[in-house]
Write a protein that binds this ligand. Structure first.
Ligand SMILES: Nc1nc2c(c(=O)[nH]1)N[C@@H](CN(C=O)c1ccc(C(=O)N[C@@H](CCC(=O)O)C(=O)O)cc1)CN2
Length: 345
């Protein structure tokens, strides 16, 4: 096992990062083999820029805001936020995400800590790492990259993360609080939180609107529905067993697509003027692309964009927000510690 700490004293490299992106190997996440006869997306998309929700640029703005707050926190409290990122195995997509998270930490001035365990690491070994990070006061957030190898119980590992450091927001106590009126979780899962942040920064009204969430996963669909409900939307969740999901979706003002099926949501699912947030990331064979594939979402982009008033692209929509929200959660955690320490003096 390799344990490490990357200290990035002071310097913020936020500005330099905007145009650079980690060279992403072919993602192993939900790959789909789509017939090579499918038309390639034209070089210049016909979708007007005014319809696009530019998640990359919104995420960059949030990262700059966090970098400024970190600098102030260091000055006022002498405290540097610390995030521990745990990777088990060598999935190419997970390695890329973990690298991006550590790089993002450095750019906003966090310290990042890492544990890289081999794919055959035992559940007990992973639990020991989590417990060590739970007890380490330099660490304000712990993230275990998912998915885990099949022989490890995800439930057992996520339950072991201290709720005060659960910056992924996956602990049942955090999810439970999210589901209850009159309670607030310490952390909200990053991808659905990013979806809501996109809607709010684009000034999309949520209260009183009809929303449809496609997919019911613990990490996206279910918390996204809860977050919309907390903002007084009328929310319907549809999933693989929902008869007539398309008709239900076509009544929605806001659609969050997180079903994990490439380009399943076509223009027919979208009400004219609806706002469409696409959480999917799928590799689609494309012989005209340099890498032989391109990324597509769970939404068929051109068809849905023709109906939508606003839509997120893939890539460059929800994806970058996931990491921005992780930084935000980690900063909030460190701030709680700083303010708690002040209050106890
Ligand atoms: N512990 C966690 N594991 C996983 C999470 C999570 O939130 N916590 N989410 C996903 C993966 N993920 C972060 O871990 C993630 C996915 C996608 C992106 C992103 O920026 N995507 C880019 C495209 C990237 C590319 O070119 O390949 C985009 O959409 O523009 C960031 C983070 C599963 N595991």
């Amino acid at each position: 096992m390799a344990l490490s700490c990357n200290r990035q004293a002071g310097a913020t490299r936020q500005a330099a990062r905007s145009s650079r992106r980690a060279a992403a190997p072919r993602p192993a996440l939900r790959p789909v083999a789509v017939a090579a006869t499918a038309p390639a997306r034209p070089a210049a998309s016909p979708v007007p820029a005014s319809k696009l929700i530019d998640g990359k640029s919104i995420a960059d703005t949030i990262r700059s805001e966090i970098a400024a707050e970190v600098a102030a926190m260091k000055q006022q409290h002498g405290l540097t936020p610390g995030l521990a990122v745990v990777l088990v195995g060598a999935r190419k997509d997970s390695e890329t995400y973990v690298r991006s998270k550590k790089k993002a930490c450095a750019e906003v001035g966090f310290d990042s800590y890492g544990a890289d365990l081999p794919a055959d690491a035992t559940e007990e070994e992973l639990l020991k790492v989590v417990e060590a990070y739970n007890a380490d006061p330099r660490i304000h957030g712990i993230l275990v990259q998912l998915p885990l190898p099949k022989h490890i119980s995800e439930k057992r590992i996520l339950d072991a993360i201290s709720i005060e450091k659960d910056v992924d927001g996956f602990h049942p106590l955090n999810i439970g609080a999210l589901a209850m009126r009159g309670r607030d979780p310490l952390f909200v899962p990053c991808t659905p939180k990013g979806c809501i942040e996109l809607l709010e920064r684009m000034k999309v009204p949520i209260s009183g609107r009809r929303a449809c969430v496609i997919g019911r996963s613990n990490i996206v669909g279910m918390p996204a529905a809860l977050l919309l409900q907390r903002r007084d939307a009328t929310v319907t969740m549809v999933h693989s067993k929902t008869p007539d999901a398309q008709r239900i979706c076509a009544e929605a003002d806001i659609v969050i697509a997180a079903c994990g099926v490439a380009e399943m949501v076509t223009g027919d699912w979208i009400k004219p003027g609806a706002v469409v947030i696409d959480v999917g990331i799928n590799a689609k064979d494309d012989p005209t692309a340099k890498k032989g594939y391109r990324l597509v979402g769970d939404v068929e982009f051109e068809g849905a964009a023709a109906k939508a008033s606003l839509i997120t692209p893939v890539p460059g929509g929800v994806g970058p927000m996931t990491i921005a929200m992780l930084l935000q959660n980690t900063f909030e955690s460190a701030k709680r510690v700083a303010e708690g320490a002040k209050a106890s003096h």
